[in-house]
Design a protein around this ligand. Sequence first.
Ligand code: WTA
Length: 635
Amino acid sequence: MSNYHIKHLEEYYQVYRKSLRNPEAFWEEIAEEHFLWRKKWDRVLSWDFSKPEIKWFEGAQLNITENCIDRHLTTRGEKTAILFEPNDPNDPAEHITYNDLYARVNKFANVLKAQGIKKGDRVCIYLPMIPELAISVLACARIGAIHSVVFAGFSSTALSTRINDSDCKMVLTSDGSYRGSKTIDLKGIVDEALESCPDVHTVLVAKRIHSDINMKSGRDQWLQPLLDNASVDCEAEIMQAEDPLFILYTSGSTGKPKGMVHTTAGYMVYTAYTFKNVFQYKEDDVYWCTADIGWITGHSYIVYGPLANGATTVMFEGVPSYPDFGRFWDIVQKHKVNQFYTAPTAIRALAKQGTELVEKYDLSSLKVLGSVGEPINEEAWHWYNDNIGKKQSPIVDTWWQTETGGIMVSPIPFVTPTKPTYATLPFIGIQPALMDENGQELKGNQVEGRLCIKFPWPSIARTIWGNHERYKETYFSAYENKYFTGDGALRDEVGYYRITGRVDDVIIVSGHNLGTAPIEDAVNEHPAVAESAIVGFPHDVKGSALYGYVTLKDTGESRNHDNLRKEINQIITEHIGPIAKLDKIQFTSGLPKTRSGKIMRRILRKIAHKDTSNLGDTSTLLNPEVVQDIMDNVL
Ligand code: WTA
């Protein structure tokens, strides 16, 4: 049991050093002692960042669902695995025990098989936060199908792009979803998406809102009758360690979304180990992560990490503001939540409401608070610490990415002293490096640079689906022999890390990564638009919001700007989803460009930040006159 559960700071340093001295021996021990293998590995690690090729536990055979479900049945069969809290607080919560989960996953897996899904096939899951979402993810893993969950807030165009990119054979969805007092017609979005997905022949539909939807004959089937007739036994497919477990799309700064591929054994070991330590999970704790399973946080820390530890994991269907802004605290009180993991954008939105709604509830069950998705600002950190944690529950500010699979830099609660806005220390086995502009590693403390990782960890994504070259280009070409994260960071005098934000054209809006290029492409679809540039600007709830500079085609007609703004945002909603809508749209006579025609986003960013004291020399621009014009009309 050594090293699996770290309990004090000295032990952290000891184990951390051990994990660096001999990573293979370290991870081998963790893997040996805490997981169920059908066959052990021949080799712990082989890697070459120049290709890049990374393999963990090669030769091993396993099924991750046997680790997340089967092995708990003898000791925890009647323990709640998934605690489902529905959108409507008056509807009863559902306690899905490990025994129930075993039966429901197996039934679902048998349905998938009966519909022709085999090992290696891709299944697109476009479901709201209802139990079927977690169960279908596990059902895919049970039979070795590769799940590709698409967040159910994405538009039909975004959905079809993702379905086609990984050539999914089947889509799992529902008749609709609840979001506070609203309902969303998910099936309608799927129908629209599938008009451009010729290879999808099967759609299974869960009933949630009981709306009257269109079922296309020969393609669409209701899920429940199929489940009712399925057997509760389903042999787990034996998977190789490096077989893909899932694809999850993330935005890049350019081009189409990247389908990050995570494989089986390393991902399991790392998410389980980080979960145990970062949340200090104890056997009877109730753990709640408020993310959606459509994002990596939900994959790793609602489904796989917690279940691999036999934990009780809460799944919440609704939103923090329904029926009022006390909902999160109501749930914490009702289910006596011990670990609560959310995003800075949610904390800021809740802080805005004051503390009245917090004080109504008993939050004394809370032991650990988590934050993820973007840098947490000082004010939000203190509000969270004072009002939710009552200065008793350490905040774990966890830095990581879709690509990293699991938490990379984070305090270990009750072990690492926290510091507001700092993600603090690298997790066991993680070797960060800060790089300067000349590609040199910055040694020592009190330095700031670009954040890279020097050595592989078990849950690093292995490739981009169908585009290994892009994987290499994006993550392994900026610095030789290092994984480049796309983030900037500083290391303080004691070696704590603070993540300062993206250094590329990805903007994090309410914790969602958005690439500027795809949004600009959508804006440029509007027939009146000549060109556009999008930058981020500070927003008190979203962290960053989007500012669009748009130049219109010169047609001689005058246009109503408010209508144009609505139309542009409508196009964005259709192409990407409402999360990518622009908060501000400024119509400009031109965009500042270099002589080679490159848009000077740096200048546009400064103007949107209302920080024009130091714009640099603009006289060498192709069109310096537009800068003043843009400044005069800034929104
Ligand atoms: C940002 C989410 C500062 C960062 C798990 C990263 C953070 C991107 C933090 C990945 C944090 C995430 N502090 N920044 N604690 N956590 N980020 O892929 O810019 O949705 O590169 O993964 O979010 O977002 P993703």
